[in-house]
Design a protein around this ligand. Structure first.
Ligand code: AMP
Ligand code: FE
Ligand code: FE
Ligand code: ZN
Length: 295
């Protein structure tokens, strides 16, 4: 068994990943992975296919999700593990988020068009097989020859503060934590050094923990020893489970290859123990904040 055999942060075609859930699992198996979580943005639509493939391949599969929120000056992403995703009340809410992603995508295309950048919403919608995201708009820009790399799309057009940027459905990071907890899932703060950043993290941890956060993504793709140490200390202080993964979206999209990050098995054990405590319990209720009137 290779020493890297766990990946708790991956994406599929259900959101902005390149591989279908079953293809992702096949690749994980070929690399020698034993534990994999699928964490698509605002959707659980890839989880059944992934779980089925994992069962055939004898991979320990963890159902997951990733919910992105905007905060002043940046973003905060919250992962959710072992959620009881079939719960209708939960599905209704993430559908609201996905519908908002459609309108946001359309609005970004409108803004691009108004500035003479000609990409078609129909093409963006085609490129997104599931939940629409900025990476799909970026791909359409790449196809149309406006940019040479996906990163350029964010720098020039759709990154925060650029002319075609449109904010997402307005929800706080605490709301994302509560939304995941409302399906008996385990909320874990994703890539905390990138978003929100270490200083901001120290400020926001008390309220995130009060909302029900249980983990901190510590062994994240590119994080080095010093990052890891800082996050481990915070995890200890706030009694959070240090988790990890690569944020694999497909070759070349994020720097770390599938399974290319050491994650200790203790992370999996602790998540499982915490999930077992919640299974079957009536989850805490949660309502999405009302949508902001669109201009
Ligand atoms: P969205 O959720 O639609 O706002 O899209 C955010 C997603 O875009 C993230 O989850 C990343 O996968 C991707 N992303 C964000 N910033 C960049 C960037 N600078 N270069 C490439 N991909 C990015
Ligand atoms: Fe993504
Ligand atoms: Fe993320
Ligand atoms: Zn991710």
């Amino acid at each position: 068994m290779p020493d890297h055999y766990i990946d708790l942060h991956t994406h599929s075609t259900a959101s902005d990943g390149i591989y279908a859930p079953s293809e992702l699992l096949r690749r994980a198996k070929a690399l020698g992975l034993r534990v994999l979580a699928l964490t698509d943005h605002d959707t659980t639509d890839g989880l059944d296919e992934a779980a089925q493939a994992a069962a055939q391949l004898d991979i320990d599969f963890i159902p997951g999700i990733e919910i992105n929120t905007d905060v002043s000056g940046g973003e905060v992403h919250v992962l959710g593990y072992f959620l009881e995703y079939q719960r209708p009340a939960f599905q209704e809410k993430i559908k609201v988020l996905r519908d908002a992603r459609e309108r946001r995508g359309q609005r970004m295309v409108e803004l691009l068009n108004e500035h003479g950048v000609n990409v078609a919403w129909e093409r963006v919608r085609e490129l997104a097989q599931g939940a629409v995201g900025r990476p799909h708009v970026a791909k359409a820009l790449l196809e149309a020859g406006y940019i040479q790399t996906i990163g350029e799309a964010f720098d020039k057009y759709i990154g925060a503060g650029r002319f075609a940027y449109v904010p997402r459905y307005r929800m706080t990071p605490e709301d994302a934590v509560r939304l995941i907890a409302s399906a008996n899932g385990l909320p874990v703060l994703a890539h905390p050094i990138d978003l929100p950043g270490l200083a901001e993290l120290r400020n926001s941890l008390p309220s995130l923990c009060a909302a029900g956060m249980v983990g901190l993504e510590t062994y994240y793709g590119p994080y080095r020893a010093a990052d890891e140490q800082a996050l481990l200390a915070l995890a200890k202080q706030y009694h959070l489970i240090p988790t990890g993964g690569t944020d694999f979206h497909g070759p070349g999209l994020h720097p770390t290859p599938l399974g290319g990050r050491f994650v200790p098995h203790e992370a999996v054990e602790r998540l499982k123990a915490e999930a077992a405590k919640r299974r079957g319990l009536t989850p805490p209720p949660f309502e999405l904040p009302p949508p902001v009137e669109e201009k």
